[in-house]
Ligand binder design. Structure first.
Ligand code: SF4
Length: 399
């Protein structure tokens, strides 16, 4: 299982698979073919169907050069390996000099055709399942955090603190934004600043959670800098919960960084054993995973036992199973933005619930991850980030 540094990435929204991934791919291709005088980039499957709304073409052209680059869309062509395929072509004097087929597999990560998803097998973490991790923790009498420290590089806590800072900067930018309308034809209005104004009058915790998670989701929709947690579309859930806790309880940034790492362990397991890509498994893999990570992090902060932390993460993920990905017009706005706020609240409820128990429960985290993967495979393709079905077909009044 990979390092958490590959899970939480700082970068521009609105989509880790449709914006960050293509941007990284374009940067790599440009480095190798800097002397080309023309680039053609073909987008396939989900990348083609929602690429415009997710600004995939804009970021590719910006990276390779507006004048030299043509982006073509082939929405009917799905590779079995992953639905987010793209092929780069480089030309010099009209002669093809290089081509590269690559896939944006979620969270900004790239893979080549048939490349194993985990390129560092067991390099960072010894165990691939929560069952194995839990037995190890029990035998060793250690915490999740101890296991994370054993597994990651020595600077992991410092890195997590920087990541928390980037998350909170996105929250505060979103809360203070004076831009009223988000880009795109839906003309979606930012709500975080006004809801934050209501929090300042009422000091109601839930109002702050809504405001903080919306703030990041709106920044993301505006192409601002956010942290994938685990993706761009779901980037508001974890910071929404952690920021609200930070503002209303006495807790250090170091503790928050530790909590982030505990939450990240659960996100990493979903990434490893199922998928965090909406194009592959629907929104359950994005928002469901984010909710699970936030629930685990919060339960850790509140002093939960290993079993209670695992239970909170399991509840949060279990009750997102089957959630479809159907962004209206392909923009990461409706239902995505609101979904971040509601899932942040659900993460808190999952933590509350788990803390009311001794942590024993019937369905373990690994089983939910397996169900998520199977459910994702069974979901009709129209519900996997193609904007061809579900809410994406609803006629939204945007005047
Ligand atoms: S519906 Fe969910 S998975 Fe799909 S783009 Fe929106 S946040 Fe991402």
């Amino acid at each position: 299982m990979d390092t958490q540094k590959e899970l939480f990435r700082i970068g521009n929204g609105p989509s880790s698979s449709h914006t960050m991934g293509p941007q990284r791919a374009a940067e790599k291709f440009l480095k190798k073919n800097s002397d080309a005088d023309k680039y053609v980039v073909d987008l396939y499957g989900s990348l083609a169907l929602t690429g415009r709304g997710h600004l995939a073409d804009v970021i590719i052209k910006k990276t390779l050069g507006e004048q030299k680059t043509e982006v073509r869309f082939f929405g009917e062509l799905f590779y079995e390996y992953h639905p987010n395929g793209m092929k780069f072509f480089a030309y010099k004097d009209e002669i093809l000099t290089d081509e590269w087929l690559v896939f944006s597999v979620g969270g900004g990560a790239l893979k080549e055709l048939n490349e194993p998803r985990d390129t560092h097998p067991n390099h960072f973490y010894r165990f691939k399942t929560m069952e194995d991790i839990m037995s190890y923790l029990t035998i060793q009498k250690i915490s999740f955090l101890d296991y994370i420290y054993e597994s990651e590089d020595r600077d992991i806590l410092e890195w997590a603190q920087t990541t928390i800072d980037a998350m909170f900067e996105a929250v505060e930018r979103g809360l203070a934004s004076i831009k009223e309308v988000l880009p795109g034809p839906l003309k979606v209005r930012r709500r975080a600043p006004s809801i934050y104004g209501k929090f300042q009058k009422s000091t109601d915790f839930n109002t702050l959670v809504f405001a903080a998670s919306l703030a990041v989701a709106e920044e993301n929709a505006d192409g601002g800098v956010i942290v994938t947690a685990p993706t761009c579309g779901s980037s508001g859930v974890v910071p929404g919960v952690l920021y609200s806790y930070f503002k209303t309880e006495t807790v250090s940034k170091e503790m928050l960084a530790k909590a982030l790492l505990v939450g990240g362990l659960f996100g990493n397991l979903v990434k490893e054993n199922a998928s965090i890509s909406g194009a592959e498994v629907g929104c359950q893999g994005e928002i469901g995973t984010a909710c699970s990570m936030a629930a685990a992090a919060l339960t850790y902060l509140r002093g939960g036992s290993n079993m209670q932390i695992e239970y909170a993460a399991e509840i949060a993920l279990e009750h997102h199973l089957g959630m479809t990905c159907d962004p209206v017009l392909g923009y990461v706005q409706i239902p995505c933005i609101e979904r971040n706020a509601l899932s942040a609240k659900r993460a808190i409820d999952s933590s509350n619930y788990a803390l009311l128990t001794d942590g024993k429960h019937y369905i373990d985290f690994d089983s939910v991850v397996t169900s998520l993967k199977e459910t994702g495979k069974d979901l009709n393709a129209i519900y996997r980030e193609t904007s061809l079905g579900g809410l994406a077909k609803v006629n939204v009044n945007h005047d």
